[in-house]
Design a protein around this ligand. Structure first.
Ligand code: FAD
Ligand code: NAG
Length: 555
């Protein structure tokens, strides 16, 4: 029998009673989450003389990279674009590769702490379960699972898009007698899989990375696939210290550039549409993106790729041709890289891979097509599919992802000034203003979550753009002696229309995906990201600040 860990709450523990762990903490700003978002905010708030603290459910800094320690966990944005733009931090830091793994990202966060002294303002293993703004007092009261309360004028939710894990409600799950974990709650000490019969359920980024890592090592591997991941080559390579040190003189320009690129990377859409080029030119262009590796083939492609079905099909065909020729077995080839697209290319976030497809040329690696033959139940020995087969396993990795983007915010007990809960309010649809505030939740801000560029962007780029806006808003409110700001329902409605409009003109609404709210049963099918790109987003949110446009302001 296994007891699967599935809730942040299960990690709550009272670590200390003093400092940021005190029972009645009072600060100007309370931040929830100590990943890129929380760290960046704390740094910026301190610079402006505000007293801020972080509550973090995990045991240390790093957010995503503290939790996601599954085999093969690795970033798929390149460095240096996937790091903080803070000169004190990047000055003395170098990476071993352009796509670091979670261990190296953790070391990076240790370095961040050594330089910025972040942890002295953090309380770890502190899981926020309840928070409400008291209008009379003008303060948030925020409670942790172990019973502490913090009071703060401002509350910032920096909980990322993956705080709430999703495990489908499989029949008999708890009867399985082998080893089984959700990818994002993988045990710190790891799992020995040498020679073992292993399963990976799900082929999102985590599933692809685990499969790629496990295949050479395990006795046998079955990958349970519902939809193929249209993964593209990573282009991972070693980075030398000299190469990095020599380019540091340009880093300040690189970090400016990433905010001028659609996805917050160091490249953006081509000026051209797909059919501006003839077939031969197109092939050559695709090839150049492909050979470079990374997300260029996705967010650096022809500018109509995510908007025009015919254009998209050209990109898909190139992807399929170049992927199919890596897979020897005809059945697996059709499952992994079908000739007919399962959905338009890039409307689900493609994963970056190194030798994922080659793993399926091993005799001990196979796919179970749960699109055609769904999982019926878990048994003590393994997994039974609809066709009656019982697949026996020693180890199962559940890589079914998250209650994506909104789940973090809807699962921390946020209550509005109208007595409603965010969880109930967002059942039918998520509503924010500017992807940074929510009506009825005064002086609360969020970033890298619903209605920001979030999943359509390089994380640190979004975090810094939104983080600066939030800190500037707080500073402005302080200067103007404002008690609280609260976005109006009308402005919220307008922003929602804007989110939907930007999505509707693209191919995103054609497909159920993380962009459209994820695969959680019963969750609203709707766009949860700002799909207009980072440069446009910056302009839109910035122009609201000078006159508090769209906010009710209470002095
Ligand atoms: C497996 C994986 C791979 C990824 N790869 C990439 C990539 O290659 N490129 C990219 O751009 N992005 C990637 N991302 C997204 C990644 O999350 C961001 O790049 C970045 O780490 C976001 O930082 P953050 O601080 O906003 O959120 P996180 O890093 O997610 O940190 C949020 C923190 O909030 C804490 N928290 C949440 N709820 C509570 C609560 N109720 N109480 C207390 N604490 C709470 C969590 O414990 C977590 O530590 C990946 C995400 C995952 C899950
Ligand atoms: C977006 O498309 C949906 C579904 O077709 C429609 O209901 C909605 O009104 C559209 N919204 C905007 C703002 O275009």
């Amino acid at each position: 029998m296994v007891k699967l860990t599935s809730e942040l709450k299960e990690y709550a523990r009272r670590r200390a009673t003093t400092g940021r762990y005190a029972d009645n903490l009072e600060v100007d700003v309370l931040i929830v989450g100590a990943g890129f978002g929380g760290v960046y905010l704390l740094y910026e708030l301190r610079k402006r003389g505000l007293n801020a603290a972080i509550y973090e459910a995990g045991t240390d800094l790093g957010g995503t990279w503290r939790w996601n320690r599954y085999p093969g966990a690795r970033v798929d944005s390149e460095v240096p674009e996937y790091e903080l733009s803070i000169p004190e931090v990047y000055k003395d830091w170098t990476w071993s590769t352009n796509y670091p793994n979670y261990q190296e990202l953790r070391a990076y966060f240790d370095h961040v702490d050594a330089v910025l002294d972040i942890k002295k303002d953090c309380a770890f293993e502190s899981v926020v379960v309840d928070a409400q703004f008291h209008e009379d007092e003008g303060k948030w009261h925020t409670k942790t699972e172990d019973g502490r309360t913090a009071k703060s004028k401002y509350l910032i939710v920096a909980a990322g898009f993956a705080a709430k894990r999703y495990i489908p409600d499989y029949k008999g799950l708890e009867t399985f007698e082998g080893i089984m974990h959700h990818s994002s709650f993988w045990p710190e000490e790891g799992v020995d899989v040498k020679g073992k019969r292993c399963a990976v359920i799900g082929t999102g980024a985590s599933g692809v990375q685990i499969s790629q890592e496990w295949a050479p090592e395990v006795g046998s591997l079955k990958v349970f696939q519902r939809t193929p991941n249209l993964a593209v080559p990573m282009g991972k390579r070693p980075l030398s210290v000299e190469e990095q040190q020599n380019s540091k003189q340009w880093y300040h320009r690189l970090f400016e550039l990433r905010e001028h690129c659609f996805g917050g990377f160091l490249f953006t859409w081509s000026e051209k549409n797909t059919f501006d080029d003839n077939a031969e030119e197109r092939e050559k262009y695709y090839r150049s993106l492909w050979d470079h590796g990374g997300f260029r083939f996705w967010l650096g492609n022809y500018k109509d790729m995510l908007f025009d079905e015919k254009a998209n099909r050209e990109a898909y065909n190139f992807w399929a041709k170049n992927t199919r020729n890596r897979i020897g077995d005809a059945r697996l080839r059709d499952l992994l890289a079908p000739l007919e697209p399962p959905h338009p290319f890039g409307v689900k976030r493609p994963c970056l891979e190194q030798n994922y497809y080659e793993q399926f040329n091993r005799p001990n690696v196979d796919i179970v097509d749960i699109g055609a033959n769904p999982i019926e139940e878990f048994t003590p020995k393994g997994i039974k599919t609809k066709d009656g087969t019982v697949h026996e396993f020693d180890v199962i990795a559940i890589a079914t992802g998250f209650d994506i983007t909104t789940g973090g915010m809807t699962n921390m007990g946020l209550r509005s000034i109208h007595g409603t809960t965010l969880k109930d309010e967002w059942k039918s649809a998520a509503n924010t203003y500017l992807g940074t505030t929510v009506s009825g939740y005064p002086n609360m801000f969020h970033l890298y979550g619903p209605h920001g560029p979030t999943l359509l962007s390089n994380g640190p780029a979004s975090v810094e753009v939104q983080g600066r806006w939030i800190v500037d808003a707080i500073q402005k409110a302080e200067r103007e002696n404002i008690k609280y700001i609260d976005p109006t329902p009308e402005a919220t409605k307008e922003w929602k229309d804007r989110i939907n409009y930007l999505s509707n003109i693209s191919l995103f609404p054609t497909t159920k995906s993380t962009y459209m709210g994820g695969s959680l049963p019963g969750k609203a099918f709707e766009q949860v990201n700002y799909a207009g790109g980072i440069p446009a987003y910056v302009v839109e949110i910035r122009e609201k600040l000078p006159g508090w446009k769209g906010f009710r302001v209470v002095k």
